[in-house]
Design a protein around this ligand. Structure first.
Ligand code: ARG
Length: 457
């Protein structure tokens, strides 16, 4: 393909270090699609004859059928998917194949193919995240009034509902989807026709190829178009943030499934056993989702560092753009599917959650608030009185609302029997009815709005 000026061919190590075909063969469908759009435009502009255009198009379809049937052959001498396809095309149709690369360079070709690939990846991620949101909303609706301890510092803080907790993840995923959508809107411009770096002297029609490939418009600067990988970075950065949300959710399941918590029984289908300890059911899928977040963030870091020192325009470093994106995308598809299954099919132990909220003195703030409201005690003093009540309940091994009235009165005589209404976990969550709060009516309203937004009703 470029042997004209060389006296000697590349060494074995040159061929090996140069070959991207082992990974960029994943681009083959997009490479063929972009080539077909290009040759159709060359034909329409009279840059190649109608006959050559038809021959090349048929040939590309044949190559595609071969790839679909037999896979893409890996010949390091052909370097990448672009040369592999062109070389096979030449074998099939002869010299006309040489006209396909008119007014094009591999630099704009690879930028175009990779954008098309990332655009498909973004669409797949969005469909996966939609399914995850639907699962979260379904379970949140079931558990709008199921009480569990809410935590700060992983210490019991105030009672919340499981539905409220799950809807917190719905919000995170909604932000992820908006970041991915943002990336998609920004990247949907066609680099094709930028050629090697400076554009071309042929009378090409960039609008036509952009349109044929579903891009909103052609890119405006040829130097930028062939050296820009922001679209891949946008994908990786949105994926990193999403991966860390999924990791946090996975971590919740891991904690909840541990025996001392016992808040959830994870689906058998997403757990593993131990070869030595028969009682074990391990949350491996969740642990791997947590672990994969590190790898996805590593992929984003890898590409940022690859790009940071490159002058315009194309440099071969940029060939290393694909492995991190492919790796991150494979991991994200697994992470999203695993967490969707976990949310949809886990068995939440609501009795155990309620008990934990009660014995964790999650309503202590409610007692303090009651003293302020009903006995006109300053909050700092109410806090102190409540602390004494918790100490006593803890010593007796009972919930706050199980302390007899005389015991409470001995702590502070201003307490009377009306306090019990404030001490139950149900009363506590029901009272937190501020917008966005954990009261079941608030959670139900949020679930309803989410169902509507997701087109579930
Ligand atoms: N294999 C290359 C890549 O993936 C294609 C572009 C090569 N361009 C060049 N001028 N060597 O980036």
């Amino acid at each position: 393909m470029w042997g004209g000026r060389f006296a000697q061919g590349p060494s074995a190590i040159m061929r090996e270090i140069n070959a991207s075909i082992p990974f960029d063969k994943a681009l083959w469908r997009h490479d063929i699609e972009a080539s077909k759009a290009h040759v159709a435009m060359l034909g329409a502009q009279g840059i190649v004859t109608a006959e050559d255009m038809a021959t090349i198009t048929e040939g590309l379809d044949k190559v595609a059928a071969e790839y679909a049937r037999e896979g893409v052959p890996e010949d390091w001498d052909l370097e990448d998917i672009h040369m592999t396809t062109e070389s096979r095309l030449a074998e099939l149709i002869g010299p006309a194949a040489g006209r396909l690369h008119t007014a094009r360079s591999r630099n704009d070709q690879v930028a175009t193919d990779f954008r098309l690939w990332v655009r498909d990846a973004l669409d797949q991620i969005d469909a996966g995240l939609l399914a995850l949101q639907q699962a979260l909303v379904m379970r949140a609706g079931e558990h709008a009034a199921s009480i569990m301890p809410g935590f700060t510092h992983l210490q019991t803080a105030q009672p919340v509902t499981l539905g409220h907790h799950l809807m917190a993840y719905y919000e995170m995923i909604a932000r992820d989807r908006s970041r991915f959508a943002d990336a998609r809107a920004r990247m949907n411009e066609s680099p094709l026709g930028s050629a090697a770096l400076a554009g071309t002297g042929f009378a090409i029609d960039r609008e036509a190829t952009a349109q044929a490939l579903g891009f909103d418009r052609p890119t405006r600067n040829s130097l930028d178009a062939v050296s820009d990988r922001d679209f891949a970075l946008d994908y990786l950065m949105a994926a990193s943030q999403c991966a860390l949300h999924l990791s946090r959710l996975a971590e919740e399941f891991i904690i909840w499934a541990s025996q001392p918590f016992g808040f959830v029984r994870m689906p058998d289908t997403l757990s593993t056993g131990s070869s030595i300890m028969p009682q074990k059911k391990n949350p491996d899928a969740a642990e791997l989702v947590r672990g994969h977040a590190g790898r996805v963030i590593g992929c984003a870091t890898a590409l940022m560092v690859t790009m940071k020192g490159l002058p315009l325009a194309y440099s071969k470093d940029m060939q290393d753009d694909k492995p991190p994106v492919f790796e991150a995308h494979g991991l994200m598809a697994l992470n999203i599917a695993a967490m969707t299954g976990m949310v949809a099919d886990s068995d939440f132990k609501t009795g155990r959650m309620r008990q934990a909220a009660e014995l964790g003195y999650a309503t202590a703030t409610d007692l303090a608030d009651w003293l302020v409201r009903e006995a006109d005690i300053p909050f700092r003093e109410a806090h102190h009185i409540t602390g004494a009540a918790v100490k006593r309940a803890e010593a007796d091994g009972v919930a706050l609302d199980q302390l007899p009235l005389d015991v409470l009165k001995a702590i502070d005589q201003r307490i009377d029997e009306r306090v019990y209404k404030a001490l139950s976990v149900d009363a506590s969550v029901a009272s937190r009815s501020s917008y966005g709060g954990t009261a079941p009516e608030q959670v139900k309203a949020q679930v309803q709005a989410a169902r509507k937004a997701l087109g579930m009703d």
